[in-house]
Design a protein around this ligand. Structure first.
Ligand code: CP
Ligand code: NVA
Length: 307
């Protein structure tokens, strides 16, 4: 494993499997009240330039359960918001803390932070990637389906950070991946280049029915991500009526197919309330697994003990 978790493209399939195995152990330890304080006395700085519920709470509680401490730094209220260079922030935080989690816009900001920080940097979402979410997603599928290899993942909607990370995470763990998005809303070209090397294990289609056909896990995400609020009306026009996970679409998938959503969900837009509620147990398990997967990432990157 590298020093940081910046994007799944930087990890091997074996790295991902290892994180998922440690994540399962973390979940077991927490459920059975077994000690797992791998980060005793350590501190995680959490920089947020965008809103969050799950990421903030799961990292903060995760650090606490590992015996460490997490501190919240809002982009606006810290000196970052007044223009202090990221390379200075990186060098300062490296002197106080043992790791940095950052949620921001440009992937380049996270890469820059990691370059100047002596401590591990974890990407808590950028416009390009959401690696922690997808580790939790893979953990959830593996938990329910007992494996990933050979299963089909479908994603319906915007070719955004979630689509980018699902493509990479799915393919690297032996799944086949099909993405249905409107023209002009494709995943990142770097990710498409990566995916094309997987031949017919990857497809990019326009029709959600083609993507969902025989799927084992169907994913969707909001039509307008954080930072794209100004494009809401235009995006609604491009996605409405077609790019929605609903009961009719789910009939085409394998019986027992999972539905996953990173949340927050917009009922009546990318998913119907009916389909959401039908799959709520696995969607909230997915949200819970953020905690376990991130504890695994932090313990592996920031701990003294080799896991
Ligand atoms: N899924 C996710 O990252 O949720 P938050 O935006 O609430 O952190
Ligand atoms: N694509 C969404 C994910 C939120 C967790 C966004 O970036 O806003």
């Amino acid at each position: 494993m590298e020093k940081d978790l910046l994007k799944l493209l930087d990890l091997t399939g074996e790295d991902i499997d290892h994180i998922l195995n440690v994540a399962d152990q973390m979940k077991y330890s927490q459920k059975h009240h077994l000690p797992h304080n791998y980060l005793q006395g350590k501190a995680l700085a959490m920089i947020f330039e965008k809103n969050s519920t799950r990421t903030r709470v799961s990292f903060e509680v995760g650090m606490y359960q590992l015996g460490g401490h997490a501190l919240f730094l809002s982009g606006k209220e810290s000196q970052i918001g007044r223009g202090e260079p990221i390379e200075d922030t990186a060098r300062v935080l490296s002197r106080y803390c043992d790791g940095i989690m950052i949620r921001t816009y440009g992937q380049n900001e996270v890469e820059e932070l990691a370059k100047y920080a002596d401590i591990p940097v974890i990407n808590g979402l950028t416009d390009f990637a959401h690696p922690c979410q997808v580790l939790a997603d893979l953990m959830t599928i593996r938990e329910k389906m007992t494996r990933l290899e050979g299963l089909k993942m479908a994603f319906v909607g915007d070719g955004n950070n979630m689509a980018n990370s699902l493509i990479v995470g799915g393919l690297k763990t032996g799944m086949s991946v099909s993405i249905a998005c409107p023209e002009g809303y494709e995943p990142d070209p770097v990710v498409l280049d990566f995916a094309r090397a997987y031949g017919d294990k990857f497809s990019l289609v326009r029709d959600p029915r083609e993507a969902a056909a025989d799927a084992d896990a169907v994913f969707t995400d909001v039509w307008a991500s954080m930072g794209q609020e100004g494009e809401k009306a235009k995006r609604e026009q491009a996605f409405a009526g077609v790019y929605q996970v609903n009961e009719e679409l789910m009939k085409l998938a394998h019986p027992g197919c999972m539905v996953q959503h990173c949340l927050p969900a917009h009922r009546g837009e990318e998913i119907t309330a009916e389909t959401f509620e039908k799959h709520a147990p696995e969607i909230f398990e997915e949200a819970e697994n953020r905690l376990h997967a991130q504890k695994a990432v932090m313990a592996i990157l920031m701990g003294e003990e080799k896991l």
